[in-house]
Every structure is written in C-alpha cells, then in structure tokens.
Design a protein around this ligand. Sequence first.
Ligand code: CP
Length: 324
Amino acid sequence: MIAFAAEPATLFGRHLLEVTDLSRDELARLLRLAQYLKVQGRGEQRTLLRDRTLAMLFEKPSLRTRVSFEVAMTQLGGEVLFAQGAEFMVGSRESPEDAARTLSRYVDVIAVRTHAHEPLQRFAHASTVPVINALSARAHPCQAIADVLTMRERFGDVAGLRIAYVGDARNNVAASLAEAAVTLGATVQFGCPPTHRPSESYLAKLDALGESSGGATRAFSNAVRAVRGADVVYTDVWTSMGEERYRERNDAMLRPYAVTEELFAFAKPNAIFMHCLPAHRGEEVVAGVIDGPRSAVFDQAENRMHAQKALLLALLTELKGLPI
Ligand code: CP
C-alpha cells in the first residue's frame, strides 16, 4: 500500500550540493519516490512540472547527467535550456553571485557541472531558486542517489550491505557514494593505495554520518581484503576530468586495484558490479566484469533519470498526491 505524505516536503526550495545536504529520512523518501516514478506510467507525469524551466550550465563534458536531466524534466512537462563550455563558466565573466541572481529571475531550477566546488557554493548561496550540483571536484550527489537507488532495487535495502570501492577512493564519486551508503546503514570498504585513500578526518566524518544507521567505513591497501565478502564492487576511472596531469602516476599506482574476474570472485556469489560510467575497459575494469551478467552499470545509468525526476519534483513542488 502506498503511504501518502502527511507533512510538507522538506526539500521544497532547497539546494542539493552534496549528499550531506539530505538527512537519512529525506534520502530514503527520495528513493521511494524515484522507485514509484520508475514504475508509474509516463503519461501520468507529463504535467507535474508544467511551465517550469531547468537551466543546465556545464563547464565539463557529460552524456548521462545531461541527457538524463533533460529527459526527466521533459517527461515531467517542464523545459530545459543548456549552456556549456565558454558560454558558461562559474565566476569567469562575472561573479558567481551576479550570475546566480540573474538566472534566478529567468528559470526555476539550475543544475551546474563545474570544476571547483567553492564557486558553486557561492552561486547557490546567491541563488533564489534551487541549485543542483551536477558534478563538482568535491561531489557528485546525483550519481550517488542513483547508485543507492540501484542497490535498493537489487537488494531490497541498502542497510547492512558491504560495498567495496576500489581505485581512486578520494574522488567525487567515491565521496558522494560513501556519504549516501553510510547514511543508509551500509559499510563501505575502500581498496586503494595510501596515496588515494580518503583522509583520516574524512573517514571519521563518514563514520559519524553512519553512526545512527549502523553505517561505517574501512580502508585497505589490499584490494582483495576490500572486496572479500562484498555485496557490491564499485570502481571509477583512475583519472577524473581535469586531473589529466596525474594520469601516468595514477595508471601505475592503481593497476593492482583493477576489477578483474579474479578480484571480483572474492565478492559474494550474488555480488553486483557498479561503475558510474564512462568506463575504460582494460584499465579500472575488464570487459568480462563490466559486460558480464552481474554488471548493474546500465541499470545505474537508467536510474539517474528516475532519481533526478524525484529530486526535481521534491525541490520544485510540495509533492502533493505523490508517495514519499
Ligand atoms: N556518470 C556521469 O556523471 O556521467 P556523465 O559524465 O556522462 O554525465
């Protein structure tokens, strides 16, 4: 039976810059709404965001984030405008504050993909409409929400899962994934060299986030120790966009953390493989794993759209009549 919202939606009018902007309850509600929207007929959704406009301002390339947001907004009855590269760089032609104040007069919600995180924070602070982080150097919250949605779909619950993240455990995808997973009660096991391990203070912050739900982190230099007994094995490219100067060093240091069939075999027999994409076969993962029967990468990619529909509705409406 569907439970309908008995209290005002708490995300209405807010920004989403990091997963930690959401409480555990808010994150859980978003996941329930995303799952509902995924199975609901598209025809029932086409007026939910009628006359609303999403501006997407991207300094970096994107396939999934751009298209999934555009399709989500369009299927909800809204409109989208997109600017990228030289057309829009946060803080380049004018201050982030002036750009945000101006755009707030034109559109209802703004998704920004940017190199640095601090100008995005300034932009959001000045904006009078919700701002969504569509990837910054620090965080990729939209990816993380889709990731935990995929885990919930596969396993029924995120609480109690053991998630191995192998490779560069200091990147934005790893950070947001870990924040979402421990918030929901999972254990995240990082497998990475000391150079690519989250700082002790960040690991402590993650453990504090998981305190009330039973979520926790562990960090191993040995990839097998991280993956042994895992329900989910997750990796990402070894060198993030904008970090290309470190490619050679990363390739050498992260090679022992590649997800091969041999490494994946240490996970549980029903474990799934996850990757935010784009992927480099033969580098961080072999084709036999990412293209194998236990790969969930395209469910993950699809779930970006459903998760972002839920997010757009929660930021722009009071979710009247929708289950949360
Ligand atoms: N995972 C992800 O954000 O993909 P894009 O860079 O293609 O948007």
